[in-house]
Write a protein that binds this ligand. Structure first.
Ligand SMILES: [Zn+2]
Ligand SMILES: [Zn+2]
Length: 368
């Protein structure tokens, strides 16, 4: 069902970018799920509308085709709700090829995670490990049937020597003297209006209030070290090109006891010279002789499961498509498999010997 994004944001069809931004901010604040009278569903809808209307290219497509176009993937990888929340937690940036201005949402989402994104949650943000994104290439059949893959990546893992706390084993973790364990210090700032006192995170202990008496000799107090890691990844049957797998907690280790980031594996499926994929179906082409097309018979067709027989009825025209049920791709996260569609092409003979030529001439006289 097509949605009216202009109506959702309450702006006219000719609204300027500024108007759209303004309307989005107002509406988003109004329906923020954490506020009294907030409405998560509406909030998401507003966000969806803004994602499209704030982008010139998407807006033009929307004006032309309506919102259904987005659901068919026409807008190509727009950010989903999960992406936005993930990004919000990380504090902005850009994800894949979608530019997303966190400035617009940062203050709105800020309240949802107990601390603003503009500095208030600085300490928490720094300790979480970063997400890692990698690409993984699959053979055509691996994507069809699933596979067990081994991947190798270099990432920051928790330091074994200090068990991730950054202190050399046997040494103590002591209260930071600079901030007296508070993690915060008063700082004097010289301005034209005179000296102003501000409160900020303690530089000595990075706001933790505690300090290692002796830093771990292996990780220099970071609690994590860079290492080559091998991982087994189970690829489910039916994954397709452009899909991504999320492996929670498999990104970089957090600083000290911080939460690990996530690992995102972007799937690339190699093309196959014979099999072409369309959703869960597999398309192939096969040539048959003119006489077989006319008289009918049986041919052998290659499928991802091996060869199968295909009955060609008499009077088959070139371009006719036959369906081999259940010979397609395993449906991802569903039961069953797609089909194989076999397009039959009637081959015109190229080199004829004398007898073949005579026979065809005879047929020609018969009007065939
Ligand atoms: Zn260590
Ligand atoms: Zn301190």
């Amino acid at each position: 069902m097509s949605k009216d994004y202009y109506n959702i944001l309450g702006v006219g069809k000719t609204a300027s970018k500024e108007d759209i931004k303004k309307a989005f901010r107002e509406k988003a604040h109004l329906f923020h799920p954490d506020k009294p009278g907030g409405d998560e569903k509406k909030f998401k809808e507003i966000n969806e509308a803004y994602q499209v209307l704030a982008n010139d290219e998407k807006r033009q497509q929307y004006d032309q085709f309506g919102s259904d176009f987005t659901q068919q993937g026409g807008f190509g990888g727009g950010m989903g709700w999960e992406d936005i929340m993930r990004q919000a937690r990380q504090g902005g940036g850009s994800y894949s090829n979608v530019d997303f201005d966190m400035g617009d949402l940062g203050d709105i989402l800020g309240g949802m995670f107990g601390g603003g994104f503009g500095g208030g949650s600085r300490r928490r943000r720094e300790t979480r490990g970063r997400d890692i994104e990698i690409g993984l290439e699959l053979e055509f059949k691996e994507a069809v049937f699933g596979a067990d893959k081994k991947i190798e990546l270099i990432k920051l893992i928790s330091c074994e020597h200090c068990h991730g706390n950054g202190a050399e084993p046997g040494s103590k973790i002591v209260t930071c003297k600079a901030c007296d364990g508070k993690g915060q210090v008063h700082k004097m700032q010289r301005t034209i209006l005179g000296n102003i006192q501000t409160i900020g995170a303690c530089d000595e202990c990075r706001g933790e209030g505690k300090i290692n008496e002796k830093n771990c000799t292996q990780c220099d107090g970071q609690g994590r070290i860079k290492q080559k890691v091998q991982m087994d990844v189970k690829i489910s049957a039916g994954l397709n090109n452009g899909m991504s797998l999320k492996m929670a907690g498999q990104g970089e280790a957090g600083i000290k006891s911080g939460k690990a980031g996530d690992l995102y594996i972007h799937i690339h499926v190699k093309s196959d010279p014979y099999f072409k994929r369309e959703g869960d179906d597999i398309l192939t082409q096969t040539e048959i002789s003119y006489s077989l097309a006319a008289l009918g018979g049986k041919i052998s067709v290659q499928t991802v499961d091996g060869e199968v027989d295909l009955k060609i009825p008499a009077a088959t025209q070139s371009g006719k498509v036959f369906i081999l049920r259940g010979k397609g791709v395993t449906r991802f996260q569903h039961y069953g498999r797609g089909d194989q569609l076999v397009e039959v092409l009637v081959k015109t003979p190229e080199k004829l010997n004398r007898r073949q030529k005579e026979l065809l001439e005879e047929l020609g006289k018969e009007g065939i």
